[in-house]
Design a protein around this ligand. Structure first.
Ligand SMILES: NC(=O)c1ccc[n+]([C@@H]2O[C@H](COP(=O)([O-])OP(=O)(O)OC[C@H]3O[C@@H](n4cnc5c(N)ncnc54)[C@H](OP(=O)(O)O)[C@@H]3O)[C@@H](O)[C@H]2O)c1
Length: 278
């Protein structure tokens, strides 16, 4: 159990995943969490389901917690920083989950805080199977352990040394979930074309990706290449399919998709840096 109080500014999809995760993981008690949101109905519903405390303002959240999660959309975050800058003190750890919002801006706006952290969660965090990028500057192992313990119920924390690492995880893990859905769609469509009902086709696609993922996780001492080779017999069906994938340059296509997402993440960060004047 963590003794600190947690504050959540913006209680939308991603912050709710974190709140529900830390409660289900019994990392904190509901009364150790206080939240605020621009849409009170959303927060009221969440509070009635989880028994967390409601704050009427964002400054009230900061006044009642030590670890402050900033979870509005990036375009709303500038206003929030202005609002809370005079109430953030040296006992606060600021944790931003806003995509493409550089940590340097948050540090500049809230210089008194004890520590500033940037997290990059992906949507599987909503089902406690996420990947969460972690970056802080300057690095502090105590804060890293604290956030890691907090976040552990919703996914795997991956610490990176700089925001280049966060942008790479944005591409591979956050957008990556979208790329996996796209691949699953292809399986689903192909099976429907071969006479399967949509529900069965969807189930087969999901179970194939899920099963392969769980197998790779369980056989963690084996490389992904060796797991692939284990299903690839000479002149067999998998070999035929893999040769076709090679001819279609699937590897190049996926690399290009990852690069496009990475480049876009960097572009968004640059735009935020230029547009925000603390
Ligand atoms: N979803 C993802 O896959 C994902 C992945 C990684 C990172 N993120 C980041 O997570 C953050 C939240 O994303 P989301 O998908 O959870 O968005 P969301 O569901 O729209 O949640 C944002 C919440 O913040 C509220 N809000 C806006 N301005 C506010 C203010 N001034 N004070 C208090 N609350 C305010 C919004 O209220 P309204 O309903 O009134 O707008 C909304 O409830 C974003 O910065 C995003 O970049 C998301």
């Amino acid at each position: 159990m963590i003794k600190e109080y947690l504050g959540f500014i913006g209680t939308g999809n991603m912050q709710q995943a974190i709140i529900r995760g830390v409660l289900e993981g019994k990392v904190v008690q509901p009364d150790q969490i206080v939240g605020s949101d621009r849409t009170p109905e959303k927060l009221n519903l969440l509070a009635s389901q989880t028994k967390i405390r409601i704050a009427k303002t964002n400054t009230e959240v900061v006044g009642n917690a030590q670890i402050i999660f900033l979870g509005t959309k990036p375009q709303d975050l500038g206003g929030v920083l202005q609002e809370i800058k005079n109430v953030v003190g040296s006992h606060h750890v600021i944790v931003s989950i806003a995509a493409g919002f550089p940590l340097s801006i948050i540090k500049q706006a809230l210089p008194k805080a004890k520590a500033h952290v940037r997290l990059m969660p992906n949507t599987p965090c909503m089902v406690q199977s996420g990947v969460i990028g972690f970056f802080m500057s300057p690095f502090n192992s105590h804060v890293e352990r604290l956030v890691s313990e907090l976040i552990s119920p919703i996914g795997q924390l991956v610490t990176v040394q700089d925001e280049h690492g966060i942008d790479a995880l944005t591409a591979a893990a956050a957008s990556g979930a979208g790329f996996v859905f796209k691949l699953m769609e292809s399986f689903e469509v192909w099976l429907i074309e071969h006479g399967f009902q949509k529900t069965t086709a969807r189930e087969v696609a999901i179970e194939t990706f899920l099963g392969a993922g769980i197998l790779a996780q369980k056989e963690h001492d084996k490389s992904l290449a060796s797991l692939r080779e284990a299903v690839t017999s000479k002149k067999g069906t998998t070999e035929a399919g893999l040769l076709s994938m090679e001819k279609s340059q699937i590897d190049m296509g996926l690399k290009a998709a990852l690069k496009a997402a990475f480049d876009r993440a960097q572009e968004i960060s640059r735009d935020q840096s230029l547009s925000f004047a603390p």
